[in-house]
Design a protein around this ligand. Structure first.
Ligand SMILES: [Cu+2]
Length: 481
């Protein structure tokens, strides 16, 4: 082949190749609902990728017996997970369901360009819009709605994540999960039943009612816990939608072998807790060595135990006593969030709420719900047996003091107790904190249980009685409501 011919062939091949590339069929992106993550792109070269996302306004449970109208990218909170490769050109289609009441748009932090796509994607109910962007930077990025009032759209759950894989892809792991934190603001207090509207003032004050992983309390608990097996490498794509709070993300009982802080390209090793800003992410990786339950929490710890920021990874497999000697995470630590011995989720509290709403609450249902709530709230001091601890926590079992006055026992649960009390002839002089953060029906069920268990025989306590005591008795300064 002479030189001229060789060049001609090369040009022809080059032309052919670029035509093929330009005409290659665009790839339809696989989108997943949390906690699932789409498979690796597995591609060696950039491509044109089509993403189709539908905004829907949906009413879903935010907690047991509590509903909230979420605004979503794809029908769930967080929104669909999008996975592409660096250099891809993304043709983005945003549709707004005809049932929506609001216009919406999308700002993807993976976009280089004004508003991250927001201005090009403003979509009224029943409309669609389209724009394209080239993914210049690798990393794990948040996307969110940026329609005014932006804070309200984000607070209603309008966020998700897009992973832009580096050209070489991510290292191989056994499991990948999608976990995203968000803070929520409802008019009713934490766990107050019924459909709860958004509370703008609480949101402005950054006074969250709920702090949640994956959009509802218990989204990743019980039957929905994240499974893994001993010896596996786990990767969590963790995001924080905010709108307000920064997450101190921690897995109780694990150490992150690697954290790609802020979802960027560099990793830090051997990390206990990683900060995830509102509108930011982290990729955490760890190997699981010991079977058991591993709670995922925001280590701003009241959020975990009093606002819902609790998820669970359950690791199955053989023990390794050389690394850890035993005893499972116990009920005292986890309270009513402890994974129960039976795989059947405990629905007693929800059942009691439903019966109360229907005007037909039975004593048995109240006792069952009260037992669950007692074990999550009171048993840490008074013990699951109700026997208390000598000299420290008085018994509720066969307590003459408890049974002498029903409304007084309601006031104790609500407002706490301090100073000398004599229970069954024994003096106690200590402090019980107020539990006024509990709802009226929760306190009614707890006391119904306590007054009908451990050898006690009494009558039911009603939510109406609790509400009267709440309205007429003094709470110590600093107690909730
Ligand atoms: Cu929106």
């Amino acid at each position: 082949m002479n030189q001229f011919k060789a060049v001609a062939v090369a040009v022809a091949v080059g032309l052919w190749a670029s035509t093929v590339h330009a005409q290659a069929k665009p790839i339809q992106a696989v989108l997943t609902d949390a906690p699932a993550v789409p498979p690796p792109t597995g591609r060696k070269a950039p491509a044109k990728v089509v993403v189709e996302l539908v905004v829907k306004e949906v009413t879903l449970p935010i907690s047991e017996g509590v509903n909230y109208t979420f605004w979503t990218f794809g029908g769930k909170v967080p929104g669909k997970f999008i996975r592409i490769r660096q250099g891809d050109t993304v043709e983005f289609h945003l549709a707004n369901d005809p049932g929506s009441k609001m216009p919406h748009n999308i700002d993807l932090h993976a976009v280089t360009g004004p508003g991250g796509g927001a201005a090009s994607s403003f979509t009224a109910p029943g409309q669609r819009s389209q724009f394209s962007f080239k993914a210049l930077n690798a990393g794990l990025y948040v996307y969110h709605c940026a329609t005014a009032p932006v804070g309200m759209h984000v607070a209603n759950g309008m966020y998700g994540m897009i992973l832009v894989e580096p050209p070489e892809g991510l290292s191989k792991v056994d499991r990948e999960y999608y976990v995203m934190q968000g803070d929520f603001y409802t008019v009713g207090k934490y766990r107050e039943k019924g459909l709860q509207p958004f509370d703008m003032q609480k949101a402005i004050d950054e006074n969250a009612t709920y702090v949640l992983f994956n959009g509802s309390e218990g989204a990743l608990l019980g039957d929905n816990a994240l499974p893994a097996k001993v010896g596996e490498k786990v990767r969590l794509f963790v995001g924080n939608g905010g709108p307000n709070l920064v997450s101190s993300f921690h897995v109780i009982g694990e150490i992150f072998d690697r954290v790609y802080t802020e979802g960027g390209s560099k990793f830090q090793e051997n990390v206990q807790t990683t900060l995830i800003p509102a509108g930011g992410t982290a990729i955490v990786e760890y190997k699981v060595e010991i079977p058991g339950s591993y709670p995922l929490v925001d280590h701003s710890i009241f959020r975990a135990f009093n606002k819902g920021a609790l998820a669970m990874m359950t690791v199955a497999g053989p023990d390794n006593k050389a690394i850890y000697s035993g005893k499972e995470l116990d009920e005292v630590y986890m309270g009513d969030r402890a994974p129960g011995p039976s795989p059947a989720p405990d629905r007693s509290v929800a059942r009691a709420a439903a019966e109360l709403a229907g005007g037909k609450l039975t004593l048995e249902t109240q006792i069952a719900a009260g037992k669950t709530l007692f074990n999550g709230t009171c048993s840490v001091c008074h013990q699951p047996t109700g026997l208390g601890i000598p000299m420290v926590f008085p018994p509720l079992a066969k307590s003459d003091f408890l049974m002498a006055d029903k409304l007084r026992s309601v006031a104790i649960a609500l407002n706490g107790l301090q100073g000398e009390v004599v229970v069954n002839g024994v003096k106690y002089n200590s402090v019980m904190p107020p539990m006024s953060n509990l709802t009226d029906d929760a306190i009614a069920n707890i006391l119904t249980y306590v007054r009908n268990s451990f050898g006690n025989v009494g009558e039911a306590v009603t939510a109406v009685e609790v509400s009267k005591v709440r309205a007429t008795s003094a709470r110590p300064a600093g107690a909730a409501h």
